[in-house]
Design a protein around this ligand. Structure first.
Ligand SMILES: *Cc1c(COP(=O)(O)O)cnc(C)c1O
Length: 380
């Protein structure tokens, strides 16, 4: 069994993907070009945003968002303490101060009351200006944007949605990657919509941010082209081959995979609730299930389950075992943080299970049965 079965997806889409790659090879156009533009249009339409700017990866996408909003030295940026490192790393990259905020224990996403407390403390301190919130759609479920927006509005802050894991999620009839002033995603192979290398995208409705980001990701070019440079930028573009692959994969994602992965997540939830902590999807929300992450009673129980599942050929992963505020990179005053007890506890007890749209029902059942067996033995 694979943790995330990308080979099976390739076998299923092989003919179309091979054809799309071959077309790019024959065109001789490997950076930008019409296939990249077509993908951006399809992504913008799927998400329901005016603009989609593709770029090199999800980390660059976040940096581009911060730079478009002129976030830098003197600004505090509020980031969940429980997330992938890149969500906070980019804040330091642009010279701002990351402030790590606790998350909710069952959705794993940033806690709105904890956010409000953290912002008001920084504002009262007066040393940093509360500049932006980077909310993360962790494991595929959108963050609580309604409640988060109340805080960003009150303090005049920007909202950035880190939708690297959230692409395909929804709140009501609104899609993930449309909730921020600027939103971002990643096409790293194992993300909900992945390519065959690195890739990312930025989404916004704002015309001038769109223009600025399109310039920043090609060396700060002017509208005259890349040999006329009006600002210091980056080199962050999506390869044409990756765009061609993503066009094929986006259609499969939209037409089939998002439903399939939700079906398997529901089987896990029905099979495991009561035995372990299962992810809580808020009413009206839909997850794209970047991960299916359970919670055990304690660190020892998780270690036992992880080891025993591994021995039985069932691959599992721990996302994430270290809070952001404990990362050495942020030591020595490079971040601010509360004690964030929910985050600390999650880091000790979470375990992510194998999941993919091309999984078989038997595989899902096998994981559930083995967890029941192992925990029944260890809990006697
Ligand atoms: C993967 C990920 C990123 C970074 O994306 P890359 O394409 O790997 O640079 C950022 N934030 C979160 C939450 C992620 O999971």
């Amino acid at each position: 069994m694979e943790f995330r079965d990308l080979q099976r997806q390739y076998q299923y889409l092989k003919e179309e993907i091979d054809g799309a790659i071959s077309q790019v090879l024959q065109s001789g156009r490997f950076i930008s070009g019409s296939v990249v533009r077509e993908l951006e249009e399809a992504l913008a339409q799927y998400v329901g945003c005016r603009h989609c700017i593709s770029c090199g990866n999800g980390t660059d996408a976040l940096e581009l968002a911060l730079r478009a909003l002129d976030i830098g030295p003197g600004d505090a940026v509020f980031v969940p303490d429980f997330t992938f490192f890149a969500s906070g790393e980019v804040v330091s990259t642009v010279g701002a101060l990351p402030v790590f905020v606790d998350v909710e224990p069952d959705t794993y996403n940033i806690s709105a009351p904890a956010l409000k407390a953290a912002v008001s403390a920084v504002a009262a301190q007066g040393k940093y200006r509360p500049g932006a919130v980077i909310a993360v759609d962790l494991f595929g479920q959108p963050a609580e944007y309604g409640r988060i927006c109340q805080v960003t509005k009150e303090y005049g802050m920007y909202l950035i949605e880190d939708g690297a894991q959230g692409f395909g999620g929804r709140i009501g009839d609104k899609s993930a990657c449309s909730f921020g002033d600027i939103s971002t995603t990643s096409f790293f192979p194992a993300k909900p919509l992945g390519c065959y290398g690195d890739g990312g995208a930025v989404f916004t409705d704002n015309d001038s941010w769109n223009q600025k980001i399109r310039s920043l990701c090609v060396h700060g070019k002017s509208s005259q082209g890349k040999y006329d440079n009006i600002q210091i930028g980056m080199n962050s573009r999506l390869d044409s081959i990756q765009a061609a692959i993503l066009k094929v994969k986006l259609a499969a994602f939209r037409d089939k995979e998002i439903e399939q992965v939700n079906k398997f997540a529901e089987i896990y939830t029905q099979g495991l609730k009561g035995l372990v902590g299962v992810p809580h999807i808020l009413s009206g929300y839909k997850s794209s299930w970047a991960q299916y992450t359970i919670r055990l009673d304690c660190q020892e129980e998780r270690a036992k389950l992880q080891e025993e599942l591994g021995r039985r050929g069932i691959p599992v992963m721990i996302y994430y075992w270290k809070p952001m505020h404990e990362q050495q990179a942020f030591a020595g005053g490079n971040c601010q943080s509360g004690r964030n007890q929910n985050t600390v506890r999650l880091c000790e007890t979470v375990l992510s299970l194998p999941l993919s749209p091309y999984m078989l029902q038997e595989e899902c059942d096998e994981v559930i049965d083995n967890i029941h067996e192992i925990l029944t033995e260890t809990r006697i």
